[in-house]
Design a protein around this ligand. Structure first.
Ligand code: NAD
Length: 475
């Protein structure tokens, strides 16, 4: 009798298969490639929590560090009943390659707690999160120089604040203790722009793809985001912010899918209003002016230009791939397209913008947050006024020389110095544009590479290979 394989195992097998496919296109020797492929450390543990007086439940926690070619390692913590060892290994492996694609100097890691967060109140979740952190401290698997978690599916800034506080309590003499985790609230050492960073990165990365006239022509699309019809899956952190930035960029969100079902309106849905409606009613179904779609997965099959899966892995499989009509799949989630589905989609000419590049905005801004924590100074604090005064002086000189003068509003716009949020967004935009063009160029230069995912894997394997070689381990 065949044994049922978990979604996590399918996901990990897909990641390993993508790796093998790309590794065959590089020039490293097999021993080095094996080193790049395997997960370095896998720690699985069980801990008891007293949920109510006299009622104890044992929880399963996992932390995987995929690669130590650069430290600290970095990766989110997932709170989900689907968490299993292979899923976390797949996500940790992707993190190493993701960091390499966007030149963030971390090794990859990932963690998880097997639970459904909606089944517990805040007090209970706090106990669970703090105990999970303590278990990591006991094994030296967390710390600003060791391994730095972040939010992922089912967790957010609140959980990161509990982690930072627990770590700081144990390591009270560590000056850099707040750098042990990213995605924290601003008051706890967080950074402006982290919450929306992944969604904004999804927007910047897709916008860059749409800026290429030649590529758009092949897809039968006009260049630019404006007017593109978008379908979103998942209205959590990544999905909500992706939808918001695409709307602001002039796209039309025609469909949104959540767990309970999907909604469709060809004239456009207001993402913020849909979010509010769902919060009030507990469901997005029956949203005014929209048509309900059930089952929820059918939403992904709507006729659209861009499909943004932003929920979980394995949403587009061999089964539904033939019915997908989108011209671009923008992988906001990790692993939303299975490998066999990818083959079908590529043969139909769909452009898949891969997760290991496209959702790297989160880790990029997490890197900025970590730098802020280590430097103990807000970005922009030192130079904002200096730059503002310098530009003001130049304006005054030009005014004097030309006899013309700016009004107060114009002067403020031109002379404004950059705040933390301006610098974070500028750094994120530069990162996504640079990385997109780097992987696109790899694809264009090597005729054996026909898709962006393979190009991104080749790019990151090359970077990890060189890093390991420079450590002197391998020829
Ligand atoms: P989240 O928990 O904030 O949101 C996920 C949303 O998906 C929830 O609203 C949930 O109800 C919805 N969902 C679950 N199952 C669904 C289904 N079958 N159909 C439709 N919707 C469904 O999580 P998130 O942080 O937004 O993460 C989403 C994805 O993005 C994950 O794959 C995660 O690994 C990836 N990611 C997140 C970040 C980050 O910074 N948070 C960074 C990189 C990648």
């Amino acid at each position: 009798m065949s044994q049922k394989v978990s979604q996590g195992t399918n996901f990990y097998n897909d990641v390993l298969a993508y790796f093998d496919q790309a590794a065959a296109l590089t020039n490293f020797e097999p021993g080095l490639l094996e080193k790049i492929k395997v997960c370095n450390s896998v720690y699985k543990f069980y801990f008891p929590i007293e949920l109510e007086e006299g009622k104890v439940k044992v929880f399963e926690g996992i932390r995987v560090q995929h690669s130590h070619h650069k430290t600290p390692t970095k990766g989110g913590i997932r709170f989900s009943t689907f968490v299993d060892e292979d899923e976390v290994k797949a996500l940790a492996t992707l993190m190493s390659f993701k960091c390499a694609v966007v030149d963030v100097p971390f090794g990859g890691a990932k963690g998880g707690i097997k639970l459904s967060p909606i089944q517990y109140n805040a007090r209970q979740l706090e106990k669970i999160t703090r105990r999970y952190t303590t278990e990591l401290i006991k094994k030296n698997m967390i710390g600003p120089a060791v391994d730095v978690p972040a939010p992922d599916y089912g967790s957010g800034s609140r959980e990161m604040a509990w982690i930072a506080d627990t770590y700081s309590a144990f390591k009270y003499d560590d000056l850099n203790a707040l750098g042990c985790v990213t995605g924290k609230p601003i008051g706890q050492g967080g950074i402006q722009g982290r919450t929306e960073a992944t969604g904004l990165g999804v927007f910047y990365g897709t916008r860059e793809a749409l800026d290429n006239t030649e590529d758009c022509k092949k897809l039968g699309l006009t260049p630019g985001v404006k007017g593109k019809r978008v379908v979103l899956q998942g209205l959590g952190n990544v999905g909500f912010h992706s939808g918001k930035f695409f709307s602001e960029g002039g796209a039309v969100i025609i469909g949104i899918a959540e767990r309970e079902g999907g909604i469709f309106n060809p004239n456009g849905l207001n993402v913020e209003e849909v979010f509010k409606f769902r919060k009030e009613h507990g469901s997005l179904l029956n949203y005014p002016g929209a048509k309900n779609i059930e089952p929820t997965l059918a939403t992904l099959e709507l006729d659209c230009d861009i499909l943004i899966p932003a929920a979980l892995e394995n949403q587009i499989t061999q089964e539904n791939a033939p019915r997908i009509k989108a011209k671009i799949i923008a992988e906001a989630a990790n692993g939303p397209v299975s490998k066999d589905a990818e083959e079908i989609l590529l043969s139909k000419g769909v452009l898949i913008i891969p997760d290991l590049f496209l959702n790297a905005g989160g880790v990029t801004v997490s890197y900025f947050e970590w730098l802020k924590n280590l430097s103990h100074v807000r970005f922009g604090r030192m130079e904002k006024r200096f730059n503002q005064n310098s530009v003001s002086n130049i304006i005054k000189m030009v005014e004097k020389a030309t006899g013309k003068s700016l009004d107060e509003k114009e002067r403020k716009i031109i002379a404004r110095g950059a705040d933390e949020i301006d610098l974070v967004r500028s750094g994120l935009e530069e990162t996504m544009i640079f990385a997109y063009n780097e992987i696109r160029e790899i694809k264009m230069k090597d005729k054996r590479i026909t898709d962006l995912r393979t190009a991104a894997f080749v790019d990151s394997i090359n970077k990890l290979g060189v890093a390991y070689q420079s450590l002197g381990f391998f020829p």
